[in-house]
Design a protein around this ligand. Structure first.
Ligand code: FES
Length: 102
């Protein structure tokens, strides 16, 4: 059964937002077509993607510059070789954002 967890409201951030739940970190990103969620931790080493630079639908890891597709988690530039996990996002009419953690 899917587990949805409230993360924040759309009014709480402009471009990206770090959300913690049960000692796991998630990064929320606002793109032109909606809100997306990835694992906050880069797949290369520990670095918070929520602090990365967003260009189009990609985020650049702030530590070594790997580029990830925010919508799919796919790696688009090295040194990372493994994708980051992505999570379904639900936005209610009042702007409340939930993510599906399982
Ligand atoms: S920690 Fe992200 S690219 Fe190295």
């Amino acid at each position: 059964m899917a587990t949805w967890v409230f993360a924040c409201n759309t009014a709480d951030f402009r471009a990206s937002f770090l959300f913690r739940h049960k000692r796991k970190e998630y990064a929320l990103f606002r793109l032109v077509d909606g809100i997306y969620c990835t694992d906050n931790v880069c797949s290369h080493e520990y670095s918070p993607l929520a602090e990365g630079m967003v260009v189009g639908a990609d985020v650049y890891c702030p530590k070594h510059g790997s580029r990830f597709d925010i919508r799919t988690g796919a790696v688009k530039d090295y040194p990372a070789t493994r994708p980051v996990k992505t999570f379904p996002v639900r936005v209610e009419d009042n702007g409340d954002i939930s993510i599906q953690v399982k």
